[in-house]
Design a protein around this ligand. Structure first.
Ligand code: GLN
Length: 323
């Protein structure tokens, strides 16, 4: 019969962050982009933002990291806002692949009509080619403007990470050439890849991820200002894709064991979205929230190993599953 207050929740999360931090040693930081190897394996941080103002910050919340694949959600949203949903869905599908994010296997399937979804690299690179603008900076300007509205500041590009990825990403170039050959790209290949590498290199914190998650939880509306930053239809589509394709080829397990839309990135970030809903039990503060997690030690699918465990624990205890 503990009275659940914001302080109680804060202590609870602090305890579990300490507990799961010990398990970061079971994962490995990403190394295929050389500079990502420099991340600290032991870091683990979480921010939970409720749409009524609840804020819980725990662990390594001040460590900036690059957004990586989580940017795929944002560029898809921006593409939908620029061109309309049906234009985008004519060019990228909404089916999970069951393959790794950077797989080239399905590109060889001759019956393939379009990349499976915008959250695998083939789909995300296609989306970058569709974004308006002649240069990578022009293409990314609306994405930065959207981020500025969501976060209250304009995040920066981590130039070292951008250069490290640009100079090492042979596989993404291979995907790019396949897409070029099959006629999916709508802009010059080099500009498209530059756009993709830059969007992955935007630097954020867990609190930034939680804010984005909170806005998605509220179908694109900022619960503080009441501004509609993302059209409702687009926000809901993005969440459907997060649920089915957001956690790479572990999306099914994440839906089953955690049960909320989420998107992860290879630097160890995760956005999780818990939409407001009617509950049987009274759980104050948690009616709708965005969660940002950061833990660079990854599991074999490329998701933050301790981050997933922490989310699974909290989702179970707080009954966050949308199912
Ligand atoms: N920059 C990364 C890549 O394409 C993004 C991948 C990720 O976060 N999974 O290789």
């Amino acid at each position: 019969n503990t009275e659940i207050t914001e302080d109680w929740l804060q202590n609870y999360v602090d305890d579990w962050v300490s507990f799961y931090r010990k398990q970061t040693s079971e994962g490995e930081v990403a190394s295929y982009i050389p500079i990502l190897k420099e991340a600290n394996q032991d870091h683990l941080g979480i921010t939970i933002l409720g749409n009524n103002g609840m804020t819980i910050n725990s662990g390594d919340v001040d460590v900036p990291f690059t957004i990586q694949s989580i940017s795929k959600v944002l560029s898809f949203i921006v593409g939908c806002m620029e061109r309309g949903v049906s234009y985008m869905l004519d060019r990228v599908d909404v089916e999970p692949t069951g393959e790794a994010f950077n797989s080239i296997m399905h590109l060889e399937m001759r019956q393939l009509k379009k990349p499976f979804n915008p959250f695998i690299n083939a789909g995300a690179i296609t989306v970058c080619s569709i974004l308006d603008g002649k240069t990578s900076d022009e293409k990314l300007e609306p994405l930065f403007e959207l981020l500025e509205k969501m976060l209250g500041y304009r995040p920066a590009l981590n130039v070292d990470v951008y250069e490290s990825e640009r100079d090492s990403s042979m596989r993404n170039r291979a995907i790019g050439y396949y897409l070029l050959e099959t006629g999916y790209l709508e802009s010059d290949l080099n500009i498209t890849l530059e756009t993709y590498f830059k969007q992955c290199s935007i630097e954020v914190t867990v609190e930034d991820l939680a804010k984005i998650g909170m806005i998605l939880a509220n179908d694109g509306e900022d619960p503080n200002s009441r501004d509609e930053l993302i059209p409702r239809q687009v926000a809901r589509l993005a969440k459907a894709l997060m649920l089915t394709c957001g956690m790479y080829d572990a999306s099914g397990k994440f839906a089953a064991y955690v049960g909320v839309p989420a998107k992860s990135g290879v630097s160890g970030g995760i956005i999780a979205v818990s939409p407001p809903r009617v509950r049987e039990e009274e759980l104050p503060f948690i009616d709708g929230c965005g969660i940002g997690v950061f833990g660079p030690a990854l599991d074999d699918k490329g998701n933050s190993i301790a981050g997933i465990k922490l989310l699974r624990h909290i989702a179970k205890q707080w009954d966050l599953s949308i199912f």
